[in-house]
Design a protein. Sequence first.
Length: 210
Amino acid sequence: MSVGTTLDGFIAGPDGQFDFFPFEGDLAAALLAEYPETIPAHGRGPLGLDGVANKRFDTVLMGRVTYEPVLAAGVTSPYPHLKQYVFSRTLAQLDPAVGVVPTGPVAFVRDLKKQEGDGIWLCGGANPAGQLLEQIDELIIKCYPVVIGSAIPLFDAPFRPAGFKLTDSRVFNTGAAITTYAKETSIPILLRPTTEAAAIRGSAGAGCPP
């Protein structure tokens, strides 16, 4: 999972906006060099990425709330250089290059991870991220020096601690940072539900910040 977040843990504003995340300076240069595939098709030409090969991912996963603003802009295939999937029970498939997954994301992602290929990029949003938390092997968090108070969180999920270990951290001149975490598998986390309902309760979007 690679996502931008504010200092107070939000990935987008109340209406899905993320234009308050500055894409500039040495942070932008690092993202373009290391994660060129995360730039959508309409931005690749102006940023000099036409013909640039993918570096980390060959697949992108989106929630419906992530995909709808793209549709509103008249774009049905935002990442044609990747295999694209949208999780939605209501959205019709509008482009043959974008698969619509009408079922829950967990079983789909488990199967996807068994297939050969490069990394899987969970682009957004909070609800799919919450449901897929146990399937996430790596978190690449781009933290921007911005506080917005209240909006769409990084994860929309019930209380359930999950451990990750720090593998890399870089701070840029813009004041932003990229921090990478791998799933922590060596330390067991024991949970004791207080009620039977808590034991069986299931998991309950957002844009793709730069």
